[in-house]
Write a protein that binds this ligand. Structure first.
Ligand code: ZN
Length: 311
């Protein structure tokens, strides 16, 4: 106890000594932890060189099923700001925060976003999916770029409050980023509006595109029996083939490897286009299709419009 106290006192006098040297303490980057890759990208866009960023669920990671390690607790223990999505997306986070003894500020990036309610069927599907969504709102709010603007402003504000020495830089970067997202939003709307409404129906086995569908005017239809564990039955496949024919669905996107065979059979028997990968809950690494939030949208919209146009 005494030893620890002495160490703490020593550390605080060192910190004071450091602060007395002009510029020194202020130059140390702000330690920020983001819960998953999309928020990590937003923090990087806004915080730039002022921030030392650690992302818990990295590129290609599944934030729904994440199991934190002691190394994650260490990252969090030394951070001053934690950026989370909220809406029940990171169900593993409260335990990690406690284990790490995190004493910094937490910002919920989705605060003030336009939320989409989950109906009972969707909540049930999420549970079957292995998704751990608590609450009645769809957590994938970033799939609407107008919400992305809200996220950007929340993150900019939190960075400015946590690191007042660079507040102006954060605010300026957040506004510039928000403007880019607004321009991208207009571009996405225009590109999707160019597809005849009757063709804007696609099948995907991922349930994360509810916001995207509502806002940009695409109907995303889930194939039946999409649990990753259960093999779809012949009855399931026949039912969805009927549905695709009746509803004139133009494209099928392969999201989950477990369902590939089923989706290919459906495409063969209906003539619907098989689309490429869509990214929803995680970015790719720097060499991949979707290394940033903006590039994720650009990629997804190109995949969707090409497939819906039947090219
Ligand atoms: Zn998800």
């Amino acid at each position: 106890m005494l030893v620890r106290r002495t160490t703490l006192l020593l550390l605080s006098s060192l910190a004071l000594a450091g602060a007395a040297l002009p510029g020194r303490a202020a130059d140390a980057p702000l330690k920020v932890v983001a819960s998953f890759s999309i928020l990590g990208d937003m923090v990087r866009q806004i915080g730039g060189a002022h921030v030392e960023l650690a992302t818990l669920v990295g590129p290609d990671g599944d934030a729904h099923m994440f199991e934190p390690t002691p190394a994650d607790a260490e990252k969090l223990a030394s951070a001053r700001l934690l950026v989370v999505n909220g809406l029940g997306f990171e169900s593993w986070l409260p335990r990690l925060v406690e284990a790490a003894g995190f004493a910094g500020t937490t910002v919920v990036a989705s605060e003030g976003a336009q939320l989409r309610s989950l109906d009972e069927a969707e909540e049930h599907d999420h549970a079957e999916d292995g998704h751990h969504h608590h609450g009645h709102h769809d957590p994938h709010a970033w799939q609407d770029l107008a919400n992305g603007v809200t996220y950007a402003r929340n993150i900019g504000q939190a960075l400015a409050e946590t690191d007042p020495a660079h507040a102006e830089d954060y605010r300026r970067a957040a506004e510039a980023y928000a403007s880019r997202l607004q321009e991208l939003d207009a571009k996405v709307r225009a590109e999707i509006a160019a597809i005849p409404p009757g063709r804007r129906k696609v099948v995907t086995s991922h349930d994360a595109f509810g916001y995207f569908g509502d806002v940009y005017g695409i109907t995303f239809i889930a194939p039946v029996g999409r649990s990753t564990e259960a093999e779809p039955s012949a009855f399931d496949v026949a039912r969805i083939i009927d549905q695709i024919r009746q509803e004139n669905i133009s494209a099928v996107f392969v999201e989950s490897i477990a369902n590939t065979r089923m989706i290919e059979q459906i495409a063969q028997e209906t003539g619907a286009t098989i689309g490429g990968a869509l990214y929803s809950d995680a970015l790719t690494g720097p060499e991949g299709d979707a290394p940033t939030y903006e590039m994720m949208f650009t990629w997804n919209v190109r995949q969707l419009t090409q497939a819906m146009a039947g090219s």
